[in-house]
Design a protein around this ligand. Structure first.
Ligand code: SAH
Ligand code: SF4
Length: 370
């Protein structure tokens, strides 16, 4: 099997080149060709010695997961579906905005954490993506999207908010993040790369040490009672521990803030009292709120909060001094919105994988409130 060089961050690339008896600057050169210039043909790497090009041709590849589909929404959102083998596919979404272009990347095929309102969670866990499969999404999307008229890359920001829990795939995530920040690769600044987590506390501490990028935390409830049901990992790492972990994280990322994501579920977590309880909960954490109108999927058992309720909820937070934004739903016509990823994959690949779907308890509204 040839070695897939997309699996290597700078350190691992240098180590692999050393094993082949090659100098570190050669590793840097090849890394730059692959990631900065999007090159996968070793013969085209013109400043690399010819003998090394031949050696790489024999021993290595640059192989991202193959593209299964590439869809463009009426609002400019673009969704890629990548084949990661064995009937598994992962999604990557590009969201163009006036001042930036954000790529939403997946970290796992499926997810084991079973949040009650998430389509990926309902799918169950298939496997961790490799570093090549994670960074390959950015590599492929960059090649497909290219540059804007001013010569800048269209992708200016990356968010790890696609399928999967990034911090449950820690080592592969870190190598991919290091490539995103590496000047020889994508050269993104630390604040333009966001990891979103459901709150795996020990891994938040490890991320702070290894690569303190911007952190978004999926909060979704102001009390342990409700969060235990909506985000089951809360039973292991309850809110008090999560808030303490957020404070510790910011010690490694001074002048930063945590973004709390909060999905708006009709009648479940969207009352004025919930908003006030949130203000109290996060009082010691420099933070912002990002409200996400729930994106429905078949048999979810939840409804999106009405627009007026979301506005009112936001205004309670804002009056309490909290910077609060409400996420605009994008890519509706191609099912590219948060939490909608994955469900369709099962149908598209026409496999009878329903049997692999883990049983997920669906709570009634009354149970959630109790
Ligand atoms: N596993 C990570 C990152 C991926 S999910 C996490 O949970 O943070 C990205 C965001 O979308 C999370 O805040 C998640 O809770 C939210 N989300 C999941 N399902 C959703 C849905 N159906 N509608 C709206 N947001 C959803
Ligand atoms: Fe996994 Fe995030 Fe979905 Fe929860 S919301 S099931 S952690 S992908």
């Amino acid at each position: 099997m040839p070695t897939n060089l997309l699996d290597f961050d700078a350190e691992r690339m240098t180590a692999w080149f050393a094993q082949q008896g090659e100098k570190p600057f050669r590793a840097r050169q090849v890394l730059r060709w692959i990631h900065r210039f999007g090159e996968d043909d070793f013969n085209a790497m013109s400043d690399v010695a010819k003998s090394l090009r031949g050696k790489l041709h024999d021993m290595a590849t640059v192989s991202p997961a193959p593209t299964l589909s590439d869809q463009l929404s009426a609002d400019g959102t673009r969704k890629f579906l990548f084949d990661v083998g064995n009937g598994n596919a992962v999604e990557t979404v590009f969201i163009p905005e006036d001042s930036r272009g954000t790529l939403c990347i997946s970290s796992q095929a499926g997810c084991a954490l079973e949040c009650a309102f998430c389509s990926t969670g309902r799918q169950g866990f298939n496997r961790n993506l490799t570093t090549a499969e994670i960074i390959g999404q950015l590599w492929q999307a960059n090649r497909a999207l290219g540059f804007d008229p001013s010569g800048d890359r269209r992708i200016s920001n990356v968010v790890m908010m696609g399928m999967g829990e990034p911090l449950a795939n820690f080592d592969n995530l870190i190598s991919a993040l290091r490539l995103m920040l590496d000047d020889n690769a994508y050269g993104l600044s630390r604040r333009r790369v966001t990891v979103s987590t459901s709150g795996i506390v020990p891994a938040m501490d490890r991320l702070a040490e290894a690569c303190p990028v911007a952190l978004a935390v999926s909060l979704h409830a102001p009390t342990d009672g409700l969060r235990d049901k909506l985000v089951p990992i809360n039973r292991k790492y309850p809110l008090a521990e999560l808030m303490a972990a957020c404070q510790r994280y910011l010690q490694h990322a001074p002048r930063d803030f945590i973004t709390f994501e909060y999905v708006m579920l009709d009648g479940v977590n969207d009352s004025d009292a919930d908003a006030r309880a949130l203000l109290h909960l996060v009082r010691d954490v420099p933070c912002k709120f990002n409200l996400i109108p729930f994106n429905p999927f078949p048999d979810s058992g939840f409804r999106r909060s009405p627009a007026e309720r979301i506005r009112r909820f936001a205004s309670v937070l804002i009056e309490g001094g909290m910077v609060t934004t409400t996420r605009r739903t994008r890519g509706d016509d191609i099912d590219a919105a948060c939490g909608q990823l994955a469900g369709q994959v099962l149908d598209k690949t026409k496999r009878t994988r329903r049997s692999a779907v883990l049983p997920v308890r669906v709570y009634s509204q009354a149970e959630l409130r109790s």
